[in-house]
Design a protein. Sequence first.
Length: 257
Amino acid sequence: MAKKSTNKSDNIGLGGKILIVFFAILMAASLMLPSFAAIFSSSQSGSSTSGQQSTSVTDVASADAKYTDVVASLEEKYSSDPTDLATLLNLGKDYMTWGVYVRYFGSTDADTSHANELLDKAVKYYDEYLAIKDSNAVRCDKAMCAFYQQDGTSALNQLEELTASAPDYGPAWANLGLLYEASGNTDAAKEAYAKAQETDPDDEYGAKSYATQRLSAIESAESGDSASSDSTSTTGSSATGSQGLSDTLGSLSGTGL
């Protein structure tokens, strides 16, 4: 029997995994390539690059079955032209999506290693893309690969550098807020979400609406914590407010997390 995985970073634990599920539901598709929403909310739809029959992903085996042929086809294109930007981008996206599925559904050390290998491949192709053409969106994805690999420090460093070099790029601020929130740094998360609203005023990338949702959720959680601390009761609305965030995430994900 495979050994249960115990790998965790100092930044991303069970709470971070629960947040991943929540962001899968809320994240607008344009925030990341691919977004959590594209990965989890649309698991019935096929890859844009595969042209094959759609396959539902419900576990590691079905993720492997879905993406093995997809990336094999792209790898063939890559071997004939390793500088084609569309192929590099699609390889990065598909390996990233595949890796996140394995990370989410996996439960063993072997699954963790498998997910990390897939995400490493995504980073490899993103790096090759960036060597040819700079892209804020690809840099966001590369940072999020580190997050999925439970290297919160690297992910934060990359997004902090991106927001410094491209301060008007709303999705970078939204993703930075996500990472701060997942690591428990609520004050920094609120500042990053506010910058996402400011830098995406017309909601071109979906960063403004996403940040608004997260700020509202944080405010609700904080209000619940305050109400709970002022009350001697552990039932009713105050208890729901202080503990309901994780409970809500578990319900939305359809998992027992």
